[in-house]
Write a protein that binds this ligand. Structure first.
Ligand code: MN
Length: 384
């Protein structure tokens, strides 16, 4: 039977790659629901091509225009953010790919988990903000969360068939476009420079996070929740070639790695086909093309975000939520040339120190923390 797939965030980088994957296996997968934030033209184009049962545009004011574009097609059109959760939890869906960016992905992911839909999770921020809530809920509802993030997919793949305890995981990081650059260079770097990622083709926000190493900090927290680890069991190692996607070390000292050419379509496909592996025609890795695979420790003096993320992870409670909110504001400011590259960790650290910390938060506390941290970071920006 075909797996019916909902894509939350279908017009983004992961969403469009997921549709490419689905298109290659028409006997395996079909598209049930597509949602986007703002991009009605691409959403309409996708709806015409993939014929989902329904589409949602979060920006509700664009519903009439979208209905117009889809006139005559048997596709239901909805608007607004609230309907996302309801539709994502519907019985007609087998897998929900959560590929929205940032905090906005949290509530739809929670609804889908509550409804027991299998989640292919690309929205790492949801776990960063409320990992305890999400993983607890998934456990109670017997919901499978399959990571789409390449590092976490690698670890997930290394753990298939294992019932043994993990001693440690190694999250690999490409190091981003500024690996090895000095402070003077980083002080004046522009958002255009930061958007040139050497290995991965990704969305704008994650590309900046990758340049600041915040992406790896978010991923460390994501790994903590997905695999039930302590911060001391999660180590980041810089691996500029992005061939080893991450590693697991077991208690006998043995290590498993998952490797391959960097291509997000692979972890997306694996999340859809799990536990099966489907044949692909993706280019294969060749050792002779990469005679040198190198590994080094990350520079947390120059890339302070990684340090801040570990601090937030150790502190727990609402701290990762505050950190994430401040980071979203700081990245946006950097993209709009309202903050420098080196201001990003300053904005995050100031915000983390200013919030009203809650050790055992519920959803309302996260919501409050997110909006307080955004407000604080926004005010602080003006003083730069
Ligand atoms: Mn990743």
């Amino acid at each position: 039977m075909k797996k019916r797939i909902a894509i939350l965030g279908s017009t983004g980088s992961i969403g469009t790659q997921a549709l490419n994957v689905i298109e290659s296996y028409p006997e395996r997968f079909e598209v049930e629901l597509l949602t986007a934030n703002n991009n009605i033209n691409l959403l309409a184009e996708q709806a015409v091509k993939y014929r989902p049962d329904a589409v949602v545009i979060s920006n509700g004011s664009k519903v009439p225009e979208l209905k117009n574009l889809l006139d005559g097609l048997p596709v239901k059109v909805y608007g607004g953010h609230n309907v996302l959760g309801e539709l994502a939890g519907s019985d007609s869906i087998d897998i929900v790919l959560s590929a929205m960016v940032g905090y906005s992905g949290l509530l739809p992911a929670i609804s889908a988990i509550k409804a027991g839909r299998t989640i292919a999770l690309a929205n790492k921020e949801a776990l960063v903000i409320a990992g305890d809530l999400i993983t607890g809920m998934a456990e109670r509802n017997n919901t499978l969360i399959i990571p789409v993030d390449s590092e976490h997919s690698a670890i997930f793949q290394c753990l298939v068939g294992e019932t043994n305890a993990i001693e440690k995981i190694y999250l690999t990081a490409s190091g981003g476009p500024f690996l090895g650059k000095d402070i003077d260079f980083l002080k004046n770097v522009s958002s255009l420079d930061a958007l040139k990622h050497p290995n991965w083709d990704m969305g704008v926000k994650i590309t900046i996070d990758s340049a600041t190493l915040m992406n790896k900090g978010l991923e460390a927290i994501e790994a903590k929740w997905l695999f039930g680890l302590q911060p001391s069991q999660i180590e980041v190692v810089v691996h500029p070639q992005s061939i080893v996607h991450s590693m697991v070390q077991f208690e006998d000292g043995s290590m498993k790695a998952q490797m391959g050419l960097p291509d997000m379509k692979l972890p997306i496909l694996y999340a859809f086909s799990y536990p099966e592996r489907l044949k692909t025609d993706f280019p294969r890795f060749s050792f002779t093309d990469y005679p040198n695979l190198t590994f080094e420790a990350p520079d947390t003096e120059r890339f302070r975000n990684l340090q801040l993320a570990y601090e937030a992870m150790r502190k727990g409670g609402t701290m990762p939520c505050a950190m994430n909110a401040a980071n979203e504001i700081a990245v946006e400011a950097f993209l709009n040339n309202r903050a420098g590259f080196l201001d990003i960790p300053v904005i995050i650290e100031k915000t983390m120190n200013s919030i009203n910390f809650v050790q055992n938060p519920g959803l309302d506390d996260y919501h409050q923390c997110d909006s307080d941290a955004r407000a604080y970071a926004g005010e602080f920006l003006k003083t730069l």
